[in-house]
Design a protein around this ligand. Structure first.
Ligand code: NDP
Ligand code: OXD
Length: 313
């Protein structure tokens, strides 16, 4: 039984090198191969995927399990030749979840305590006081209350921010005002001072960060997008920043990654951006999760983070 890492990213990328080393360290007898050096195709039973070249997954006749090397699976489901009926499991680890909670908490605090404006003042050597709203009046709204959204909600409530969340199905989370479904979206947006996108990318959620959504927010709301670049209609964000409907945006994900050098977002004074690093996880922790999933699959146990292909996440 061989396991293949399948990605378009250079195999020399440090994240992949770190992960491969940890997998070998945790399980020295693992037959781990890295695309395109896959050896005999019929020996590959498990693929570890992050943006695979399209059409490749169908060439392994004995494939039994697809493991995403991220929390998301949109990069797998876009393959038109994806083999049917093979379970797809996403990568969920405590380390990744905590990193996401740290990232979003940091961005919320940067906005609430007006650090970006202070940075601009610093550049022009101006000593000025900017009043900051109390946390208790700064409602944080989280789109997506899954593994990541619910942990972010939990961490942020401990700092005294009112937190509300929106999901597809009803939820009950202590301390979080929960909304669900398209019918409740506008009601949810109405009092948010910050919105955080932690949705999976599906046909229902694509383009959700658009003019209509921004218009339902109070003027001067802050945006944090850590979901997917395709959730955001970029032109609508630029207009909302121009009009002040969105005050500032913190973006970690983009329609095209890496973000093209000429893109307007790089130098926009009211955008802070990071290169998809909010929650990469720790290689040893990720290797543990991957090997646990492989063990479960081989011993026929239920796969905890298997996705529902019909829902797309
Ligand atoms: P989960 O699958 O655990 O949670 C997804 C949440 O989104 C659920 O609450 C779900 O609702 C909700 N949702 C899905 N579709 C809709 C919809 N149509 N309307 C309203 N709510 C909806 O995912 P995770 O929390 O683990 O991850 C979320 C996303 O975060 C990933 O898919 C990925 O895109 C992004 N991510 C980004 C990273 C980065 O580095 N920037 C790192 C990791 C993840 P319900 O609970 O009702 O099913
Ligand atoms: C992702 C991840 O899905 O980094 O973006 O896990």
């Amino acid at each position: 039984m061989a396991v293949l890492i399948l990605t378009k990213i250079e195999p020399t990328d440090s994240w992949f090198v770190g992960l491969s080393a940890e997998l070998k360290k945790h399980k020295p007898d693992l037959d781990l191969r890295i695309w395109p050096e896959c050896g005999k195709r019929e020996e590959i039973e498990i693929v570890l995927v992050w943006w695979s070249p399209l059409g490749v997954m169908q060439i392994f006749p004995n494939l039994k399990l697809i493991i995403s090397l991220g929390a998301s699976v949109d990069h797998i489901l876009i393959d038109p030749d994806l083999p049917n009926s093979i379970p797809i499991v996403r990568l969920v680890s405590e380390g990744k979840t905590l990193q996401m909670a740290e990232y979003v908490t940091l961005a919320v605090l940067l906005f609430q305590r007006r650090f970006i404006e202070y940075q601009a003042l610093q550049r022009s050597r101006r000593w000025e006081y900017l009043p900051a709203p109390d946390a208790s009046s700064f409602t944080v709204g989280i789109l997506g209350l899954g593994i990541l959204g619910s942990m972010v909600a939990k961490k942020i409530t401990t700092l005294g921010f009112p937190v509300q969340g929106w999901s597809r199905t009803p939820k009950a989370i202590a301390g979080v005002n929960c909304f669900y479904g398209r019918e409740q979206l506008k009601l949810f947006l109405k009092i948010c001072r910050v919105i955080v996108c932690l949705l999976p990318l599906t046909p229902e959620t694509e383009g959700i960060l658009c003019h209509e959504t921004f218009s339902a927010l109070p003027p001067g709301t802050y945006l944090i997008n850590v979901g997917r670049g395709q959730h955001l209609v970029e032109a609508d964000l630029l207009s909302a920043l121009d009009s002040g409907q969105i005050a500032y945006a913190c973006l970690d994900v983009f329609d095209t990654e890496p973000l093209p050098k000429a893109h307007l977002f790089w130098s926009h004074p009211r955008i802070i951006l990071t290169p998809h690093i909010s929650a990469p996880g720790h290689p040893d922790d990720l290797a543990d999760c991957i090997l646990d999933t492989i063990d479960c699959s081989l011993s026929g146990k239920p796969l905890e983070y298997a996705i529902d292909r019909n829902q797309g996440y």
